[in-house]
Each structure stands twice: as C-alpha cells, then as structure tokens.
Design a protein around this ligand. Structure first.
Ligand code: ATP
Ligand code: MN
Length: 461
C-alpha cells in the first residue's frame, strides 16, 4: 500500500478505507482511554488527527510519538465525531521512524518569533507559517510558467556567470579562482588574464541583455532563475540572492509591456486564491497583514497609472515629512513609493516615464529627450515589485546614450549588433519573485519567503 498525502486524504473518497499516512508529530494528548496525535506532512495546511485506543496493539508506541518524531500510521479514515476536524484516522499500526527528544526539539507548541525561526531555517518549514509560505511559493512558480507557456513565450536559460559588468543594476559578486594569498599583478593591477576565464567574471544581476538577443530571434521569451546583488542594503526587501522572472517581447512597446505585467499579476493573484486558499486564510488570521478579499479584488481590477512627473507633483503637494527630498530628476525612494501606493492611489500603481538619469542605459528615450519609456509596478507595503521598459532599438541613440554615461561600447558590440541587424521595438520587465511572494503572503521581512535567505553577513544555511 502506498502512502496517501494529507492533502489527498481528507475527503469523502477515503472514508472507511484503510490508508497509510506518513508525517511528523505536531502534538500528542491523552484523554479517557485514547491518545490523539496531530500529524503534518507538508502537503497541506491541514493536519491530520490520529486516534489511538489504549486497547489497540499499537498503543505502546504512543509514548515515543513526541513532537517532531516522524511516524508511519496505518489505519482507517472516518468522520470525526468531535469538533475541530472533519476527518480522523483510527490507528491500527504505528511505526515511529525517527524519534525526537521533546526536551531538545527546537519547535515547541507555543508560537515562536519569525526571528527565532530564521535561526533554525532547517526546521522552520515544519511550522504552519513556513509550510504555507513555501506552498504558496511553489504554486506561484508553477503559475508563472503556465502563464508564459500558454501565451507562446519560450523559457530561456541565461547565464549565471557573466562577464558583463555594465548593466548598472546593482553591485556585483566576483567569481574567481585566483589565490587570495598570491594574487597575480600586472602594472600594480590584478592580472585577470591569469584568472579562470581570462578576465573578470561575476554572478549575474539580471538576464535581461541575453533575454533581449533571444527575444530578437525567438520572439517572446522569459527567464526564471537566480540573480545576485552585492548591494550592502540591509533592508526588509533586499536579498543578495533572489529569483527573477524576466519576460522580453519583440515587436512590443511600453503599452504592451504594461499590459503583460498587469495580466501577469492578475493571473497570479487568481491562481494563488484558487490553489492556496487555506494557506492565505491561515496567514490572514495569523498575521493580519493580508486579506483574501483584497487579493481577489486585485485579480479583477485594472491598475492605476501615473507618470513620474505626476508622481513628483503629488509628492510635492503632500504634507509628509520625507527623509529624502522630492525633486524632479531624483529617483523615488521607498518612502515615496509607499506614499504613492498607500496615500495617493490606495493600491498598486504603475509609474511611467522616469527621467533618463535615474534609469539604465538601455531604456528607450522618449520624444521629450529627457525621460525614458520605463515603468515600475509599485504595490502597498512592499514597494517596487516590477521594473521594466521599452528598450532603445535605435542604434545611434543607444550609442550616444552609452557614451554619455560611460558604458563600454567595445564590450557590448554584440548588444549593438541587435540594433544593426534587423532591429525591432522590444520591451520587457523584471519581477522579483520574493517581492511577489512577500506581497501576497504579507510577510514583513523578505528573508521569510525564501528557504535560505542570503543577505550581508547572513549565509547560515
Ligand atoms: P530596488 O530599487 O527596490 O532596489 P531595483 O530598481 O534595483 O529595485 P531592478 O534592478 O529593476 O530593481 O530589478 C527588478 C526587480 O527585481 C525589482 O522590481 C524587484 O522586484 C527585484 N529586486 C531587485 N533587487 C532586489 C533584491 N536585492 N532582493 C530582492 N528582489 C530584488
Ligand atoms: Mn536595487
């Protein structure tokens, strides 16, 4: 007999049938000649109640069924006569696979703080909270692939190790095999010709430039992979290693890009409500930072749009005491983004047409000559979750722009080739996967939506 997942088990289909369930003991209590175990197996927000009569042969196993122990239970599923659960399993056989010392097991029945749980990342997925988050993460990852696959996008695999240091998206981690105790030098500089790749190499900050050449051959593509940023910003929304989704479309402009972003987010909200209702309800009740109704409403509404220039004038009008001054030409800080989503709009908003000075070199110059065809999707509480743009497809303008900000034209000849040979308008964006999960789950700290968070000074697991 094969084991049944709790997710499948708790249904009328299994009533009266003999089943095998495997999982970990959450709690045990004894009362009036029975022992009651609560078992979880990670497949569902639901736990399973196992009832063991003190007359059953397996009752002697009960004393080993401490919190944290792994067990294999054979028994019959029946409707539960008691309140609190609809189904339960009446045990006939219990095998304790791995015992757990209740004095030493770090997860106690009492609630733990999220900070404490971060110190035991190897066990925290056994809690209701992290079980919920990682199941939501899985459903979203799958939904992301489905969304693009259904719309003719090819999943492309861009490199993790790269030599391009010029994207300007963030600070880079070096990849090297040079011996730190004996670094080869030439003219007092590190001699990278003797390094593994013969020149400096880095962990990628974005797959966009490669996604562009793939879009300009394959039409519509997307990446979904890890990216790395060595920015020393110890915030609740920055990780040093995070996953990014970057669609890129040929024959598309900024409007198409925004439509894709909106359709995409609405689709993900819908999917997560359908597939993770229990998880979301748990998080809603436990932390009071999300609302299923709100997510559901969002999945059906158009996003608000505002230009950067309009945003600046709204911010200037406000009586808020911002830490960073508001000035046309300066980038929006997180406090400004928050004010826009929470106070001005009251929901997600897409900000467009930023000054060219605050955005990357590849963004398409608008006719005004001072702004670019960029768009950021901002959401309440988290801030920016998507950054995108129409890309500059005009060779001369792109070259001028690169010269203006000192980006090596020589190193990026391949990128310019795309504008030399059959150039087309194209556009794309990057969605930070953890920011999305953070927004949907309502977690305050981004470290709590990825199994092994990487941040400055943090590489424990
Ligand atoms: P921010 O201003 O919030 O640092 P950014 O402008 O550096 O973001 P982009 O370079 O446009 O971000 O990256 C695209 C997306 O990747 C962002 O919209 C965000 O969702 C996500 N992202 C960027 N940096 C991080 C990070 N350090 N940790 C987690 N997600 C990130
Ligand atoms: Mn950043």
């Amino acid at each position: 007999m094969e084991r049944v997942l709790i997710k499948e088990l708790l249904s009328d289909e299994y009533i009266g049938r003999q089943v095998i369930v495997c999982g970990w003991v959450r709690t045990r209590r004894e009362s009036k000649g029975f022992a009651f175990l609560i078992i979880s197996d990670g497949s569902s927000q639901d736990t399973l109640q196992v009832v063991v009569s003190n007359e059953a042969n397996c009752f002697e196993q009960i004393q080993k069924c401490n919190t944290g122990a792994s067990v294999k239970i054979k028994g019959f599923l029946r409707e539960s006569p008691a309140k609190g659960q609809r189904y339960e399993v009446e045990a006939q056989e219990i095998e304790v696979i791995g015992e757990s010392d209740p004095e030493k097991y770090p997860l106690q029945k009492k609630g733990h703080t999220l900070e404490f749980l971060r110190e035991i990342s190897h066990l925290r997925a056994r809690t209701n909270t992290f079980g919920a988050i990682f199941r939501i993460r899985n459903v979203l990852a799958n939904a992301i692939h489905n969304f693009f696959q259904d719309r003719g996008f090819l999943w492309v695999h861009t490199p993790i190790i790269t030599s391009s240091d010029c994207e300007g998206a963030g600070e880079l981690f070096s990849v090297t095999t040079l011996d730190f105790k004996n670094i080869p030098k030439k003219d007092d500089m590190v001699d990278y010709s003797r390094d593994f790749f013969g020149k400096p190499a880095y962990l990628t900050v974005s797959g966009q430039l490669e996604a562009e050449f793939l879009a300009l051959s394959l039409g519509k593509v997307y990446t979904f992979g890890p990216t790395f940023r060595a920015e020393n910003s110890n915030t609740t929304r920055h990780l040093s290693e995070f996953w990014m989704i970057e669609p890129e479309m040929a024959f598309a402009d900024l409007k198409d890009d925004m439509k894709l972003a909106e359709d995409f987010l609405r689709y993900l909200f819908k999917e997560v409500i359908i597939k993770c209702e229990k998880e979301l309800l748990f998080l809603q009740n436990q932390y009071k930072r999300i609302s299923l109704d709100e997510i559901s409403k969002l999945s059906d509404t158009n996003f608000n749009h505002i230009t950067y220039t309009e945003a600046i004038s709204e911010l200037k009008k406000s009586k808020e005491n911002f830490q960073f001054t508001v000035d046309w030409g300066k980038d929006l800080q997180s406090e400004h983004e928050k004010y826009l989503t929470d106070k001005v709009i009251g929901g997600p908003v897409i900000v467009t047409d930023y000054p060219k000075g605050v955005k990357a070199f590849y963004m398409r110059l608008n006719n005004d000559g001072i702004t670019v065809a960029a768009m950021d999707v901002l959401v309440p509480k988290v801030g920016e979750i998507i950054g995108g743009s129409q890309r500059e497809e005009r060779l001369e303008i792109l070259e001028n722009r690169m010269e203006e900000i000192g980006i090596s034209i020589e190193n990026l000849q391949w990128y310019l080739d795309l504008r030399r040979f059959g150039t087309v308008p194209h556009a794309g964006f990057g969605l930070g996967f953890e920011r999305l999960v953070q927004y949907i789950t309502g977690m305050i700290n981004i470290r709590d939506v990825i199994p092994c968070p990487r941040a400055p000074g943090e590489i424990g697991f």
